[in-house]
Design a protein around this ligand. Structure first.
Ligand code: SF4
Ligand code: SF4
Length: 348
C-alpha cells in the first residue's frame, strides 16, 4: 500500500508555486498577474456569489495523462473519507448551493461516490461528474455507470483531447481513444448527448502542447462532424480549456524549456473580459482532505484560504467565503488568456 506523504506533497506544491512566482524575473513580458489586474482597475479578484461547490473526492485515477494538473494516477492514495463527504453535504444543504461538481482523479474510484451522488440528487442539486470515460470499461464494477448517472440526473463532462487516436493517446495513454469511443457509445445508448434527450454529455478539449486552444465553436463543429461520421457518436457541447501551468504540465514546460515562452504567450493573450469572468468568483473547491480553495488549480498548489478557522469544510462559513480575496499567482493567466478558460470552457 502506498502511503500519503504530506510533507513531500506540500514541498512539491511550494516548489511549484515558487517557480510560478519567480516567472516575472525571467522575462520582461511576464508581468505579475496582480499588475495585469491593476492595469484594468481590479485591485483583487473577489467573489460574486457561490453557485458551484466543486469537490475533489480523491486523486486516484485509472489513467496517468501527461497534462494532468492533479498529478493523478493509480498509485495516488488520497481519497476523501465518508465523514468529510458528509461535511460537504451539510454545507451544500445548509447554504443551498445549487451546483455540485465532482472531480478527481477518477471520482468514481472513491468508494462512497455513489452514496454522495445519490444524496445530492435527493437534495435536488444539479450534479456534474468529470468522468474520464475509460473508467466505465475499467472493470465490471463500473459498467453500469451510464445507468447510475441517468438515474441520478448527472451531467457528464469528459475529456477527449482529440477526435483521433494518435493525438488522444499521445496525451492520455495508449488505447485510451478506442476505450473512450466505446464508453461514449454506451453513454449515447443510455440517451446521453442524444438529440431530444435531457441527459447532458459534454466533452473537453485541451491542447496537446504549449499552445492556446483554437476557437471553441470551431472545434465543437469539427469534433461533432468527425465523431458522428467516423463513430456515430453524439454529444452536446465541447469545452475548450487552456492548459494551466500547474503540476505535471508545469514540470513538462520546465523540463522542455518551454516555460518562459508559454507564460509569455498566456500573458500576451491577457483578456480583461475573461479576467472579470474567472470561475473562482462563483465557486469553492474542496480538497480530498476537506480543505477549501478558490479553485482546483490553487488546490494543487496548496494555496489554502488564509483564515485557518474558515478554511475547512467542517467550518464552512458562507459570509466569510463571500468576503475573501481570491489568491492568485502567474498560473491565473491560464484562465484569462484569449477567450478565457474555466471548467466549463471559454468564459466570454
Ligand atoms: S487528466 Fe483526468 S483522467 Fe487523466 S490522469 Fe488526470 S484525473 Fe485522471
Ligand atoms: S487559477 Fe484559479 S484563482 Fe486563478 S484565476 Fe483561475 S480560477 Fe481563479
Amino acid at each position: 500500500m502506498i502511503l500519503y506523504n504530506k510533507e513531500k506533497e506540500e514541498a512539491e506544491a511550494k516548489r511549484q508555486l515558487a517557480v510560478l512566482d519567480n516567472a516575472p524575473t525571467l522575462s520582461p513580458d511576464i508581468i505579475p498577474f496582480k499588475e495585469s489586474l491593476a492595469s484594468i482597475n481590479v485591485k483583487a479578484l473577489t467573489p460574486i456569489g457561490l453557485d458551484v461547490f466543486q469537490v475533489n473526492v480523491g486523486k486516484m485515477c485509472n489513467q496517468t495523462c501527461r497534462h494532468c494538473h492533479v498529478n493523478a494516477g493509480p498509485d495516488r492514495p488520497e481519497i476523501m473519507t465518508k465523514e468529510t463527504m458528509q461535511q460537504c453535504l451539510d454545507a451544500i444543504k445548509k447554504f443551498n448551493i445549487p451546483i455540485v461538481d465532482l472531480t478527481g482523479g477518477a471520482p468514481e474510484l472513491n468508494p462512497h461516490f455513489r452514496w454522495f451522488v445519490k444524496a445530492c440528487h435527493e437534495m435536488g442539486r444539479r450534479i456534474i461528474v468529470r468522468c474520464n470515460l475509460t473508467i466505465i470499461l475499467e472493470d465490471e464494477r463500473f459498467n453500469d455507470l451510464p445507468d447510475f448517472f441517468a438515474e441520478n440526473g448527472v451531467e457528464v463532462v469528459s475529456s477527449l483531447p482529440f477526435y483521433d487516436a494518435s493525438r488522444t493517446d499521445k496525451v492520455r495513454g495508449k488505447g485510451v481513444f478506442e476505450t473512450s469511443i466505446q464508453a461514449l457509445k454506451l453513454l449515447n445508448a443510455r440517451g446521453y448527448g442524444m438529440p431530444d434527450s435531457s441527459l447532458q454529455l459534454d466533452l473537453v478539449y485541451n491542447p496537446a502542447g504549449a499552445f492556446l486552444p483554437p476557437s471553441q465553436a470551431f472545434l465543437e463543429m469539427e469534433f461533432k462532424e468527425h465523431l458522428r461520421n467516423d463513430h456515430g457518436i453524439e454529444f452536446n457541447k465541447l469545452f475548450a480549456i487552456t492548459n494551466l501551468p500547474v503540476s505535471r504540465f508545469l514540470n513538462h514546460l520546465v523540463n522542455t524549456d518551454n516555460f518562459v515562452a508559454y507564460m509569455e504567450e498566456l500573458v500576451n493573450a491577457f483578456n480583461p473580459f475573461a479576467a472579470e469572468n474567472v470561475m473562482c468568483r462563483n465557486m469553492i473547491s474542496v480538497g480530498w482532505d476537506g480543505y477549501l480553495f478558490d479553485c482546483d488549480f490553487n488546490q494543487m498548489l496548496n494555496m489554502k484560504l488564509d483564515d485557518s478557522s474558515h478554511n475547512h469544510v467542517s467550518n464552512f462559513d458562507l459570509d466569510y467565503l463571500l468576503q475573501r480575496e481570491i489568491k492568485v499567482s502567474q498560473h491565473c493567466y491560464g484562465c484569462t488568456a484569449g477567450a478565457g478558460s474555466s471548467c466549463g470552457g471559454e468564459t466570454i
